[in-house]
Design a protein around this ligand. Structure first.
Ligand code: DGL
Length: 290
């Protein structure tokens, strides 16, 4: 059986890349609902329906475990999926999100104040604030919705002055409040990691959610042999990843059969984003969710 990775679009490829670097031996299906992205400004009901369709689609393709890489879907849909839908439909499978692992790491490193940036959906849900409060209610949490960042990154504008000016406006309140830890609560924001760290004080620890999610998945599989033993394993890992520096990782060879990429829309623009964010060998298959 396989591991499914779901995102509202292609930003989750950044999380998948970190997961594959850490756990290259498993089979993966990536599913990006890019025909309906962004989810960030949609209602909770719609986000739930879309997420349920995606998780169901992945389970029907033999996924034992699905990671919801999308923060908005993790915030707005995951609790209901885990509590109500999963026990009724696929009781022996598991669905995990990205918020809990990132919160656990943030609580370990934070001193007093944690900043969270994300889509409107994620920020309005208060999911990060609630999860942080469950572990340590003495930590102060300041949130900031940054709805312009996803379109900026999707247009490849991350290095422009416009992007820097917009980032400064969004980050100013968190910087003034002297947050000591900053959560990038959206799949796309690690692409702006250097720019964000450059604007925040050097004393602010900016957390990279991809690495944290990958470490947490490895730890989960060690603690849950009943899930891990059901996963197919490849002796000869087909992916070769060459690491040039911290944020420039290129997939040197087209992926083998151990990883599939499915999207709900395909165009030259999405192909280009996939190559930039994952690697030059990426081949998408177009599917329909309903
Ligand atoms: N994947 C979404 C997230 O992490 C960002 C894009 C969207 O709004 O759909 O919140």
């Amino acid at each position: 059986m396989k591991i499914g990775i779901f995102d509202s679009g292609l930003g989750g490829l950044i999380i998948l890349k970190e997961i594959i670097k850490k756990l290259p031996q498993y089979d993966y299906i990536y599913l990006g609902d890019n025909a309906r992205t962004p989810y960030g400004n949609r209602s909770r009901e719609v986000i739930y329906n879309f997420t349920e369709q995606a998780v169901d689609f992945l389970f029907k393709q033999d996924c034992q475990l699905v990671i919801i890489a999308c923060n908005t879907a993790s915030a707005e849909a995951l609790p209901k999926i885990q509590q109500n839908w999963l026990p009724q439909h696929f009781a022996d499978r598991r669905v995990l999100g990205v918020i809990r692992p990132v919160v656990e790491e943030a609580v370990k490193v934070a001193k007093k104040k944690i900043g969270v940036i994300g889509t409107k959906g994620t920020v309005n849900s208060k999911a990060y604030e609630i999860e942080i409060g469950k572990i340590n209610n003495k930590l102060e949490v300041l949130q900031q919705a940054c709805p312009l960042l996803v379109p900026l990154v999707e247009e490849g504008w991350q290095k422009t002055d416009v992007a820097k000016r917009i980032l400064r406006v969004y980050l100013q309140p968190l910087k003034l409040a002297k947050v000591d830890t900053l959560i990038l609560g959206c799949t796309h924001y690690p692409i702006l990691f250097k720019e964000i760290q450059g604007i925040m004080s050097s004393r602010t620890k900016v957390l990279h959610s991809g690495e944290i999610v990958a470490d947490s998945l490895a730890d989960y599989l060690t603690r849950h042999p009943e899930i891990e033993t059901k996963l197919d394993k490849n002796e000869n890992v087909m992916l070769r990843i060459s690491k040039h520096d911290a944020d420039d990782v290129t997939l040197r060879e087209p992926q083998g059969d151990n990883i599939k990429f499915q999207v709900t829309d395909l165009s030259p623009h999405y192909q280009k984003l996939g190559e930039e964010w994952f690697g030059s060998g990426i081949k998408f298959e177009k599917i329909e969710l309903k």
